[in-house]
Design a protein around this ligand. Structure first.
Ligand code: PHE
Length: 467
């Protein structure tokens, strides 16, 4: 587009030689003001029409003016102030910058005007980036727009990048200060953008929230949590044995064959040791906290009786301990079987423990748990680690359909001398009794349940009945 050079009408430019400008300072000032006003108006028009100003929008006019005054002294402060106002109002208008750049290119590099505009551009147009970014961000609402805007300012082809490129063209002594400035502006821009992103994301989150929620309102139902019914039962039984002077002993769920079988007088050919009955771990698996003998296999304990052995090895008699925990059997889960369940084991060792002590202890325990009205009977049975051995049955009038049946609740017996020998207790000096209770089994009868799997399903409808 060919346009007539702009000449401020109030003070038309005349060609004159640099050496003898007769214009008074105030006239010069007026010319600059008029020129700048014109540039200002033009840039605003561009912006309103959404067209980008181009570098030579004002080039001819400014160039003309500059060629007139470029080599001379001129009202520096007035010009500076005008440029400042203009930049603040227009932000980083490319048209304006282009204009000023074209002024520069038409000026003698060492002229005062060149230096002034050059340093002004460097100092203030970068700050104008911040003003412009603020204005642009204020009206943004969507993340896509935020991204596009960020790219325009901070992206690889963004405005800040242009300044960085300019850094190389500066004389070396000016580079550090300019570099610091770029950095400061970059940090300021980045924080503007990250604040805005937080705001956009916050808005988005608020929109996604279903309804405003008053977190100070009291809940309508009070859903108190509770201990698992098996834990509750364990605590009840703990309480009974505490009263009889028992303490709690612990063992690990991974065990060695020796603790689970050999030490408990269960020989290698015993069916309980069968691959089909017990979970053996792969031979090369490292189990840091459970030591084993050479060639011995690790397994998941099939009963808590392992803890009898561990305790007797680490403590001196007399002993009254209970040991409770998870045990494992190769059972197919159904209403009455589970591949893991919980046992409650007891062991008492002293100098003169008799079968009467065993009977007293278990009768007291069962009556505390099921009530005084129960009947109890002992049936002869067999366990490798007790001799004699018994199963204990109860009959309870409060058990509904089952009240006329004998129900087996635990196994027990007098500790076999072989077990004492395995742990280096003198079987002539010490004797004792042991018992093992299946917690799930007791819980099923106590609470009147029909299926052991309820305990493992985490079904709130089941569990909350125990709250
Ligand atoms: N350990 C036995 C079992 O798992 C129970 C038991 C423990 C029997 C102690 C007697 C003495 O069946």
């Amino acid at each position: 587009m060919i346009r007539k050079p702009f000449v401020p009408s109030s003070c038309a430019l005349k060609k004159r030689s640099h050496s003898n400008s007769p214009l008074a300072m105030s006239d010069e000032q007026e010319r600059w003001k008029a020129l700048i006003r014109h540039m200002f108006a033009q840039a605003e028009r561009n912006r309103a029409n959404h067209t980008e100003g181009t570098a030579d929008d004002h080039g001819p006019e400014v160039g003309l003016l500059a060629s007139e005054y470029g080599g001379k002294a001129f009202p520096k402060e007035a010009l500076e102030q005008l440029l400042k106002q203009m930049l603040q109002r227009l932000g980083n208008s490319e048209g304006l910058q282009g204009s000023l750049s074209s002024v520069l290119s038409s000026l003698a590099p060492n002229s005062q005007l060149h230096q002034l505009i050059d340093s002004y551009l460097r100092e203030h147009s970068m700050e104008a980036l911040i003003i412009q970014a603020k204005a642009e961000l204020a009206s943004l609402q969507r993340r896509q727009d935020w991204e596009a805007s960020k790219a325009r300012f901070l992206g690889p082809n963004g405005s800040l990048r242009t300044f960085m490129k300019g850094l190389q063209q500066l004389p070396p002594d000016q580079r550090p200060a300019f570099g610091q400035k770029i950095n400061a502006i970059k940090i300021a821009l980045e924080s503007l953008f990250s604040d805005k992103l937080k705001a956009i994301e916050g808005d988005l989150l608020r929109q996604q929230l279903p309804l405003p929620v008053d977190i100070t309102l009291r809940p309508r139902t009070s859903a108190n949590g509770c201990l698992h019914p098996l834990t509750q039962l364990r605590h009840r039984i703990d309480d009974i044995f505490h009263r009889m002077g028992y303490t709690i002993a612990d063992g690990s769920e991974i065990e060695t064959e020796w603790f689970c079988f050999d030490a408990l007088n269960t020989p290698p050919n015993h069916p309980a040791r069968n691959e089909q009955d017990t979970f053996y771990l792969p031979p090369d698996i490292p189990v840091g906290n459970v030591s084993r003998r050479e060639k011995e296999r690790y397994l998941l304990r099939s009963h808590t009786s392992t803890v009898q052995i561990r305790t007797m090895l680490s403590e001196h008699p007399p002993l009254s301990i209970v040991s409770r925990g998870r045990v494992f059997r190769r059972d197919t889960p159904d209403a009455t079987h589970s591949a893991n369940f919980h046992q409650y084991e007891g062991l008492r060792v002293d100098r003169q423990i008799s079968f009467a002590d065993l009977k007293n202890t278990l009768f007291f325990f069962l009556k505390e748990l099921f009530g005084d009205t129960i009947r109890i009977r002992l049936r002869p049975s067999f366990f490798p680690f007790t001799e004699p051995s018994f199963e204990v049955d109860i009959q309870s009038p409060s058990m509904g359909k089952l009240s006329h049946q004998w129900i087996e609740v635990l196994g027990c017996g007098m500790v076999d001398p072989e077990v004492f020998r395995a742990v280096d207790y003198d079987p002539q000096a010490w004797n004792g009794f042991a018992f093992g209770i299946g917690l799930e089994r007791i819980a099923i009868f106590l609470y009147g349940l029909e299926d052991v799997r309820h305990f493992y399903r985490n079904d709130q409808r089941f569990l909350k009945q125990f709250a």
